[in-house]
Design a protein around this ligand. Structure first.
Ligand SMILES: NC(=O)c1ccc[n+]([C@@H]2O[C@H](COP(=O)([O-])OP(=O)(O)OC[C@H]3O[C@@H](n4cnc5c(N)ncnc54)[C@H](OP(=O)(O)O)[C@@H]3O)[C@@H](O)[C@H]2O)c1
Length: 338
């Protein structure tokens, strides 16, 4: 497990921020991990239907890195244009510190969630404001690191499967990027839905994925999956990219491609092969209710959340460097309260 202790630039001394302020990691100019700067900023206040959460842990997701870079990996016509300075991060786990008018939550309750996504988020901080509806109560059995690691990756896998794809029990799904944040949770949710899973990942993740229930494992670094997999019903592709179309042979005629990230699947060839390609990518959304459903699966042991690395908030830049080296297994999280 990575356990970073060095990190991004800090302005001001370490320790508690003063009253009315908080420590946060902000981006003032889009760029590499060094753009993440820890500094004292005003503490936000909850509005109607919102709460202020004392953040104990924050999840780290690829979207945080895209945000930090100014979404340069997204085509200009689709690219969000966030205002600067921004506090990145949308996955939080913590304790309600104050409630806005009309909030149904109580001060002192343990909560977690994917906050304001898609939209303006601010998770890499000691305090974050969230709409009530984005939060679920964190079950006693779950710690804050798990609570922070689960929301975006778990909601993505859960919403793809329950709202969008609804794969039939007995069907076969190929999961590309199976060891990553979304992938390792999708493998388990597919298995729980009675789907046969072919997990595609680097060979170093084989034991991990078989332990999570994968029926078959393909090491893409040794064998191109398109050469050895045939007749699958569903391709859940968390990697995408310009060469995504190479994977088309894994599907049977009528099989479905579910891109989790942007990829070029050669739509004309896809149609000629009789494959189903969604016209646009499904986008995960904040939902405290969906997260509560997922929590129940984690508490019952049906789904395991793998947290493979934790870093202090002040070392958010190291967490991003670690993620950018690739080969992630499960999730990374920031410790905001040690
Ligand atoms: N549509 C949505 O709403 C939505 C929601 C959440 C995330 N996403 C996107 O989905 C993508 C995945 O997110 P994540 O959180 O799962 O990322 P992640 O934790 O970084 O996982 C990515 C995984 O892909 C593996 N990988 C890289 N190249 C591969 C290849 N050619 N074949 C198989 N595996 C490969 C990586 O491991 P190795 O390097 O060891 O291969 C890693 O385990 C990101 O681009 C993210 O932005 C979209």
């Amino acid at each position: 497990m990575a356990n970073g202790t060095t990190g991004g630039t800090t302005t001001g001394p370490a320790g508690d921020a003063g009253p009315g302020t908080m420590w946060a990691v902000r981006v003032h100019a889009f760029g590499g991990p060094e753009a993440l700067i820890r500094e004292r900023v005003p503490r936000p206040a909850p509005g109607p239907g919102e709460v202020l959460v004392r953040v104990h842990a924050a999840g780290v997701n690829p979207a945080d890195r895209y945000q930090r870079q100014g979404f340069t990996n997204i085509p200009p016509e689709l690219r969000p244009r966030p205002e600067l300075p921004l506090i990145p991060g949308s996955d939080i786990s913590g304790v309600v510190a104050a409630t806005g008018p009309g909030s149904r939550l109580q001060v002192g309750e343990r909560v977690h969630g994917l906050v304001n996504f898609p939209g303006r988020s601010a998770g890499y901080a000691e305090y974050a404001v969230s709409p009530d509806g984005d939060l679920a109560r964190l079950p006693d059995a779950l710690d804050h690191l798990t609570g922070a690691a689960l929301p975006m990756a778990g909601l993505t896998a859960h919403q793809y499967l329950t709202r969008h794809l609804r794969p039939a029990p007995g069907s076969t799904a190929v999961v590309i990027g199976a060891a990553g944040g979304v992938g390792h949770l999708a493998v388990q949710l597919l298995k729980a839905a009675g789907v046969r899973v072919v997990a595609v990942a680097d060979g170093r993740h084989e034991a991990f994925l078989r332990d999570l229930g994968a029926d078959r494992f393909v090491d893409y670094t040794a064998t191109p999956p398109e050469e050895v997999i045939r007749d699958a019903d569903l391709l859940l592709d968390t990697v995408g990219g310009p060469h995504a179309h190479r994977l088309l042979p894994v599907l049977r005629r009528g099989g479905r491609i579910a891109p989790v990230f942007l990829g070029d699947y050669h739509p004309a060839r896809t149609a000629a092969l009789g494959l189903v390609l969604d016209p646009s990518m499904w986008q995960v959304r904040s939902s405290g209710a969906d997260l509560a459903d997922l929590d129940a699966l984690v508490v019952s042991g049906t789904v395991r959340v793998a947290v493979s690395g934790t870093f202090p908030l002040a070392a958010a830049a190291d967490a991003h460097r670690h993620a950018e080296r690739g080969h992630l297994r499960g999730k990374l999280a920031l410790r905001v309260v040690d």
